[in-house]
Design a protein around this ligand. Structure first.
Ligand code: C5P
Length: 275
């Protein structure tokens, strides 16, 4: 059996620059990855898909998912049978701005490539990833990077490895399409130069305002994180609703997690670190 981690992604900054004619938006984003996330397991056998873990129920109702789509796209691209028994351990909330589905698809592609002896930097894998979703190439790369285009043009960026992170999700699922559609169309400028943290701090998430109109609880999550001690950066990730804070010390992260869990017992919190 092949086991692949599917780390959560966060957007340290996400600048929306323009609407495109193909229904997507031109963005500039700083992707970073966490040390925790979902897990994808691949065993020999005919095609099958099983999901387990705390958020398995959220996927059960969906007719298709990105793991099986990745397996079929891979089989088509490499002209082979779509064999393989997949198990997804779903630990990340769905539709939450931390790329869970994209990370799962990328992990499935990595598992298939390992099984077949295909190098993980094979451009064919990136082409399949791009067809599966805007964040899938970044998840396949799996390290912090500047993303351009619709997020698929990637330039690795170093920094912040090991930084303590707290993710907070107020329990509202938010679909990406409507949030982009509610962007006001104003280009507020590029991501600047400098260190990864410096560029992130001076950056923004242009999807925060439209996402907050759709899910006002995002404002509450941001306030709770801003009020915690020892933060280096507080922001919403992707199209929301998950918000994150980077902390100076693990103790600061732990104290914030304790306080937020006590104040909002129904919310999802994950204590992790940047990969
Ligand atoms: O690429 P993906 O399928 O993840 O995107 C979901 C939706 O989010 C798209 O259909 C589009 O409406 C929106 N999107 C966008 N611009 C991007 C990425 C996503 O408008 N750069």
């Amino acid at each position: 059996m092949i086991v692949e981690q599917a780390p959560a992604k966060i957007n340290l900054a996400l600048h929306v620059r323009a609407r495109r004619d193909d229904g997507y938006h031109e963005i500039e984003t700083l992707f970073a990855f966490l040390q925790d996330g979902d897990e994808v397991r691949l065993a020999d056998g005919p095609p099958s898909f099983t999901v387990e873990g705390p958020f398995a129920g959220a996927l059960a109702g969906e007719g298709d998912n990105l793991v099986t789509r990745a397996a079929y796209a891979y089989a088509t691209a490499f002209a082979g049978p779509a064999d393989g028994a997949f198990t997804l351990v779903k630990r990340l909330p769905v539709a939450s701005g931390i790329g869970g589905g994209s990370a799962d698809a990328a992990a499935a592609l990595r598992a298939l490539a390992r099984r077949d002896g295909i190098l993980l930097d094979d451009p064919r894998l990136f082409a399949i990833a791009e067809g599966l979703g805007s964040d899938v190439p970044a998840c396949l790369l799996g390290r912090s990077a500047l993303g351009r285009g619709r997020g698929e043009q990637l330039e690795p960026v170093d920094g912040l490895v090991g930084t303590p992170v707290l993710l907070v999700n107020p329990g509202v699922a938010v679909s990406t399409g409507p949030v982009f559609a509610a962007w006001d169309g104003r280009d507020r400028g590029a991501i600047g130069d400098g260190s990864l943290l410096g560029r992130a701090i001076l950056g923004r998430n242009d999807l925060e305002a439209p996402a907050r109109r759709i899910a006002p609880a995002i404002g509450d999550a941001l306030t709770l994180l801003i009020d915690s001690d020892g933060t280096r950066l507080v922001r919403m990730s992707g199209s929301g609703a998950t918000c994150f804070a980077l902390y100076k010390r693990p103790e600061d992260r732990a104290a914030a997690a304790r306080a937020i869990r006590a104040a909002r017992p129904g919310w999802w919190c994950l204590e992790s670190a940047l990969a």
